[in-house]
Design a protein around this ligand. Structure first.
Ligand SMILES: Cc1cc2nc3c(=O)[nH]c(=O)nc-3n(C[C@H](O)[C@H](O)[C@H](O)COP(=O)(O)OP(=O)(O)OC[C@H]3O[C@@H](n4cnc5c(N)ncnc54)[C@H](O)[C@@H]3O)c2cc1C
Length: 455
C-alpha cells in the first residue's frame, strides 16, 4: 500500500502514485512536455469520487489540480493531488430545451455528433479533442463565437465540488457569486463535475481552409487583416503561417513549404459566405481550397489540428487592434524568412465576444479583437535555448501592444500569476481574489491558473 493507501478505500476509481503502472499515462495529456508530477492521482468515476478526493486533500493539506485531456496544461503540478476526469463521460441532449448535460471528462468530439442528431450544435472550438467543460469554464472562443459570444455565456447550471468538499448545484439564481466566479475563474473555485449548456440550431457551416504558398504570405496576411475589420459576425476566421515538414505525413502539395492557412467558419447562408470570402480567394492561386458547405460534424476539418499528443511551447496574447506594423514585425519574428521555425496563428475575435453576457460571469478578454499565438513544436533535436529565446522575443514584441491574455490559451510558462492576472480587467480580478478568499481561503485549488485569495 502506497503513501495514500487510505484514499483508495474512499473512491471507486483508480488511485495512482509515482511508480504505479498507469501513473505516467494518467498524468500525461495532449501536451507531453513537462506533465504534472502529482504525489497521487484519483481517476474519478463520478461526482462522489471527486468529493472524496477533495475531502481527502483538504484533510491532508494537499494542493489539488484537475485534468481532463491536458490540452490546457498550465504550470505542471509538483506534488499534491490530481483529479483526472477522463472517465466521467456522461452526456445527455435535451432537444426540446436545446441543452446538453455534459460530465467533466467529455470532449467536443462526443458532444458534436450527439447534438447533430437533433439538428443542434454546441459552441465548440477549433479542435474536437479539447475537453468541453474546461473550454467552457475558461470562456471558449469557438467557430461561431463572433456570432453567439463566449461559450461560457451559454452555461445554464454547474455542478461543482468546492474546497470544503461540498457538492453544489450552482445556478445564477441560487448562487450568483459562485456561478459568476466559476465561469472565468474555473479550477480556482471548484472541481466541476458537470455542466448544463445551451445548444444552437446550426447544422451546417460554410467553412474550410484556403492555403496559399510562401510568396503570397505578406499580401494574404495584410488582406486578411483589413478584411476582418468589417466582416459580419456570422464570419469567424483565423490565419496560421505554418512551416510544413517535408515528410510523407503531409499532402504532397504542401510538403516543405511555408504556407498561409486561412480558416473560414461562416455560420450564415452559404452563398453569403462564398461572396464574403471572394476577396480572399482573389489574392491568388491556392495550394488547397476546401471551403464548402459542410455539416457541423465535420467542423474539426476547418483548422485540421493534429489529434495526437505532442510537446510544444506557445506564447499567446490578445490585441485590441492589429495594425500593418504588427503584422510585419510578426512576419520578421515567425514568418518564412525568420531564423526560427515556428507556427504563427492569429484568430479574429470581437463581434458578440465583445458584448457583456446576459447573465454576468468572470470571463475576461472582451475587449480583445485578435488573439496572436506563436507555437514551437519541441521535436527531438530542437534547440530548447533558441525556442526559449524566440518566445521571450514574442512576448517582448506583443506585450506593449497587448490587452492581456485569454485564459484558455495560457499554457506552460505563460500560465504564471502575472499573465493570469492580465487575463481579467482589474475589477474582475479583484472580485475573483475576494471570492477566492471566501470559497477557498487556504488556496487548496492552486495547481491551476492560480488566483491567490485576497489578503
Ligand atoms: C489544439 C488546441 C485547440 C484549441 N482550440 C481552442 C478554441 O478554439 N477555443 C478556445 O477557447 N480554446 C481552445 N483551446 C484551449 C482549450 O480550450 C483550453 O486549453 C482548455 O482548458 C482545454 O481543456 P482540457 O480539458 O482539454 O485540458 P486540461 O489540460 O485537461 O484542462 C486545462 C485546465 O482546466 C482546468 N480544468 C479541467 N477540468 C476541470 C474541471 N472539471 N473543473 C474545473 N477545472 C477544470 C484545470 O485547471 C486544467 O489544468 C485549444 C487548445 C488546443 C491545444
Amino acid at each position: 500500500m502506497g503513501t495514500h493507501g487510505t484514499l483508495a478505500a474512499k473512491v471507486r476509481g483508480p488511485v495512482l502514485e509515482p511508480g504505479d503502472a498507469g501513473y505516467d499515462e494518467e498524468r500525461t495529456g495532449f501536451q507531453t512536455r513537462d506533465p504534472h508530477r502529482p504525489g497521487v492521482i484519483v481517476g474519478a468515476l463520478d461526482a462522489a469520487d471527486v468529493r472524496a478526493a477533495v475531502e481527502y486533500a483538504a484533510a491532508q493539506g494537499l494542493p489539488v489540480g484537475v485534468q481532463n485531456t491536458g490540452h490546457g496544461l498550465p504550470l505542471p503540478a509538483d506534488g499534491g493531488l490530481l483529479i483526472s476526469t477522463g472517465r466521467m463521460t456522461g452526456l445527455r441532449v435535451d432537444p426540446e430545451a436545446r441543452t446538453a448535460w455534459i460530465e467533466a471528462g467529455v470532449r467536443w468530439s462526443q458532444v458534436v455528433p450527439e447534438a447533430a442528431e437533433h439538428g443542434l450544435a454546441p459552441l465548440s472550438g477549433s479542435s474536437p479533442g479539447v475537453g468541453a467543460v474546461s473550454y467552457m469554464l475558461g470562456g471558449g472562443a469557438g467557430l461561431m463565437s463572433r456570432r453567439y459570444g463566449y461559450a461560457a455565456d451559454h452555461v445554464r447550471s454547474i455542478d461543482a465540488v468546492t474546497a470544503d468538499g461540498r457538492l453544489w448545484h450552482v445556478t445564477p439564481d441560487t448562487d450568483p457569486d459562485l456561478f459568476w466566479a466559476l465561469l472565468g475563474g474555473r479550477a480556482n473555485f471548484g472541481v466541476v463535475t458537470s455542466l448544463e449548456i445551451g445548444l444552437f440550431p446550426v447544422t451546417h457551416l460554410y467553412g474550410g481552409g484556403l492555403i496559399f504558398d510562401t510568396d503570397l504570405i505578406p499580401e494574404v496576411m495584410d488582406l486578411w487583416r483589413t478584411w476582418t475589420a468589417d466582416v459580419p459576425e456570422a464570419m469567424t476566421s483565423s490565419i496560421a503561417l505554418v512551416p510544413v515538414p517535408d515528410i510523407p505525413a503531409f499532402p504532397e502539395e504542401l510538403r516543405g513549404r511555408h504556407i498561409a492557412h486561412v480558416r473560414i467558419a461562416h455560420s450564415g447562408d452559404a452563398a453569403e459566405g462564398e461572396r464574403l470570402i471572394a476577396p480572399l480567394r482573389a489574392a491568388g492561386p491556392r495550394l488547397q481550397d476546401t471551403v464548402r458547405e459542410l455539416p457541423y460534424t465535420e467542423a474539426g476539418t476547418i483548422h485540421n489540428e493534429p489529434p495526437t499528443p505532442m510537446a510544444y511551447r506557445s506564447t499567446t496574447r490578445a490585441l485590441r487592434e492589429l495594425d500593418g506594423r504588427t503584422v510585419r514585425d510578426l512576419l520578421d519574428l515567425a514568418g518564412p524568412g525568420a531564423p526560427d521555425r515556428a507556427i504563427l496563428e492569429i484568430r479574429h475575435l470581437g463581434g458578440a465576444l465583445a458584448r457583456p453576457p446576459v447573465v454576468p460571469n468572470a470571463v475576461g478578454g472582451r475587449d480583445a479583437r485578435y488573439l496572436v499565438g506563436v507555437l514551437s513544436k519541441l521535436r527531438p533535436g530542437v534547440d530548447e535555448e533558441s525556442v526559449r529565446s524566440l518566445h521571450e522575443r514574442a512576448a517582448a514584441l506583443l506585450d506593449p501592444r497587448s490587452s492581456g491574455g485569454i485564459l484558455n490559451f495560457l499554457v506552460g510558462p505563460d500560465a504564471g500569476p502575472e499573465m493570469v492576472r492580465a487575463s481579467y480587467d482589474p475589477a474582475t480580478y479583484r472580485r475573483l481574489a475576494e471570492l477566492k478568499a471566501a470559497y477557498d481561503p487556504r488556496n487548496l485549488f492552486r495547481l491551476n491558473h492560480n488566483i491567490p485569495p485576497a489578503a
